[in-house]
Design a protein around this ligand. Structure first.
Ligand code: ZN
Length: 181
């Protein structure tokens, strides 16, 4: 390994023992592929490449999909999964998403994990861990906190290699641009 190469903070870590039983369904994986496409679209627009989808767990019907918009919209809540949850609630006219699965290409942050809890999202499937801001496994484990009234066991690491490389390449290119400027 090249010692000068900075570590990639977006990666798949060894699954925690109690999560090994939870594995993604074929629908989860297909949705993650679409979410990665959304993430690539975000990168093309100069956004951090993260994509998210909310779908009805039983039927596979997509209720909302989104990519990061924070930079262009100049909004701190412009995270893909935040927007997808909001749009899914609007689509069904309810604030509860117990019957839904959220698929997102990066581990949710504190804000988004809070929204997942408040929206009572039924399942969470995510791709790469976020060692710098993740609030599901990396820095905090908000979704498994017994003091809160809604809990869920996340499914992690789905297509994580693809997602972490996308993020790493995006930030690498941005650093290069910054150095040139
Ligand atoms: Zn977030």
């Amino acid at each position: 390994m090249n010692p000068r190469r900075p570590p990639n903070p977006y990666r798949l870590r060894r699954a925690h023992r109690h999560q090994l039983s939870a594995s993604p369904t074929p629908t989860d994986v297909a949705m993650m592929r679409t979410a990665l496409d959304l993430a690539r679209t975000a990168a093309d627009a100069g956004e951090v490449p993260v994509g998210a989808i909310v779908y009805e767990t039983a039927t596979g019907k997509v209720l909302a999909q989104a990519a990061n918009t924070r930079a262009n919209a100049r909004e701190p809540h412009g995270h893909a999964e935040f927007l997808a949850i909001r749009d899914a609630c609007n689509a069904i006219g309810d604030w509860r998403l117990n019957h839904c699965t959220l698929v997102v290409t990066l581990e949710p942050c504190i804000m988004c994990a809070g929204l997942i809890i408040n929206a009572r999202v039924g399942r969470l499937v995510y791709s790469a861990d976020d060692l710098k801001a993740g609030a599901v496994c990396s820095l905090y484990r908000l979704l498994e906190d017994p003091r809160l009234n809604h809990r869920l066991a996340p499914i992690r690491g789905v297509l994580a290699q693809e997602s972490s490389e996308l993020l790493r390449d995006f930030f690498r290119a941005r650093r290069r641009t910054a150095q040139r400027g």
